[in-house]
Design a binder for this molecule. Structure first.
Ligand SMILES: NC(=O)c1ccc[n+]([C@@H]2O[C@H](COP(=O)([O-])OP(=O)(O)OC[C@H]3O[C@@H](n4cnc5c(N)ncnc54)[C@H](OP(=O)(O)O)[C@@H]3O)[C@@H](O)[C@H]2O)c1
Length: 325
């Protein structure tokens, strides 16, 4: 029987186990995929601890995404056949040797991508596209500040910001994370451990401020980032990896004519399914052209899923962490 990581009680990665799972029959429209890799995302850790907005019933298998080979298709599925290399994407189920998914939620592995790259591409890229393009309306010539720029969603925000023609300022806590952001197109780097964010942004933008802030971190950087917006600026609320949900004084938004914009990449398409196909098509096209490429700092076999989740939870990942099967 195929194995999967199972969360039966909420808690840290140490309470999860690898279990054999009985195969379920395919329903119409579904495919079965033998995963070769699965990508980790920070929300996996939160979900297993009970701290994420989506709370699936127990037990569940964490993981938003994977990649592998199709091994079975339902009788009505024509888009894929056994042997096809595909990317999978769901709300739970990624950390598993086999996954069942709707064919419409799967995509061919982008040209030139390994299974590991394909397995760690979708969630972060969709989040940054939803934030910067669909919600933030980022335009060519604008200035973009990416906080947590060396993390999973942060690095894709650097890439998509650059692709949009924006000048990208990357902020992160280590030289290694900043170096990864520079390779992906950041033109200015701010080390948030050793430099003052506001002072550096004033130096870089000449007092004008930044047009868009992409914030997956929250915590102490939120207010200086909000104060550093240009007039008509947008601050995109992506997440709170710091563990602290910030509060702010509303006059800061008024003074700048600014918008604080919430981003929920998955919920957007559950409410408006028509948004999904064009954004995924654009992301896969950029990936196939070599403009988007996940940076993978750590790889672990499935059996070492706890070590992999610890790297993410302990802020040590640069870009992405993947499990291999
Ligand atoms: N809105 C959406 O639709 C959506 C979709 C996917 C993910 N998210 C959210 O985006 C956030 C980032 O996800 P991710 O997968 O990119 O995570 P990640 O790879 O772990 O990156 C998060 C970054 O946050 C910073 N950070 C600051 N304090 C931290 C702490 N105590 N623990 C961990 N990281 C800390 C780190 O950057 P520095 O070390 O440079 O400070 C880290 O690189 C999460 O909050 C997640 O829930 C939102």
């Amino acid at each position: 029987m195929p194995r999967a990581v199972v969360c039966r009680v909420l808690g840290p990665p140490e309470v999860l186990n690898l279990e054999e799972m009985p195969r379920v029959d395919l329903q119409p429209g579904q495919i079965r995929v033998a995963h070769r890799a699965a990508g980790l995302n920070f929300p996996d850790v939160l979900m297993c601890a009970g701290g994420y907005q989506h709370k699936p019933p127990l037990p569940f298998t964490p993981g938003f995404e994977g990649a592998g080979e199709v091994i079975e298709v339902a009788a009505d599925v024509t888009a894929f056949k056994p042997g096809d290399a595909v990317v999978t994407h769901f709300r739970t189920g990624g950390y598993a040797e086999e996954a069942v998914t709707r064919a419409i939620d799967a995509w061919p592995v982008p040209a030139g991508f390994s299974f590991e790259e394909a397995a760690s591409f979708t969630t972060a890229a969709i989040t940054s596209y939803a934030g910067l393009i669909q919600r933030g309306k980022l335009k060519a010539g604008e200035t973009l500040l990416v906080l947590g720029a060396g993390g999973g969603v942060g690095l894709t925000a650097v890439e998509i910001g650059k692709l949009s023609g924006a000048a990208v300022i990357a902020a992160a806590s280590t030289p290694e994370k900043l170096a990864a952001a520079k390779v992906r197109g950041a033109s200015h780097l701010i080390n948030t451990k050793t430099e003052d964010l506001r002072t550096r942004l004033k130096e870089i933008t000449g007092d004008r401020g930044v047009d868009v802030v992409y914030d997956p971190v929250g915590g102490d950087l939120f207010e200086p980032a909000l104060r550093s917006l240009a007039f008509n600026g947008r601050l995109l609320v992506i997440g709170f990896a710091s563990g602290t949900i910030p509060s702010f004084k509303a006059n800061l938004a008024l003074l700048k004519g600014a918008s604080v914009v919430g981003v929920r990449a998955g919920e957007m398409v559950r409410r408006d399914p028509g948004l999904a196909e064009p954004r995924m098509r654009q992301l896969v096209a950029w990936a196939a052209q070599g403009h988007l490429k996940p940076h993978i700092s750590h790889r672990f076999p499935l059996e070492q899923f706890r070590d992999a989740m610890r790297i993410v939870a302990d802020r040590k990942a640069v870009g992405r962490v993947v499990l291999t099967m």
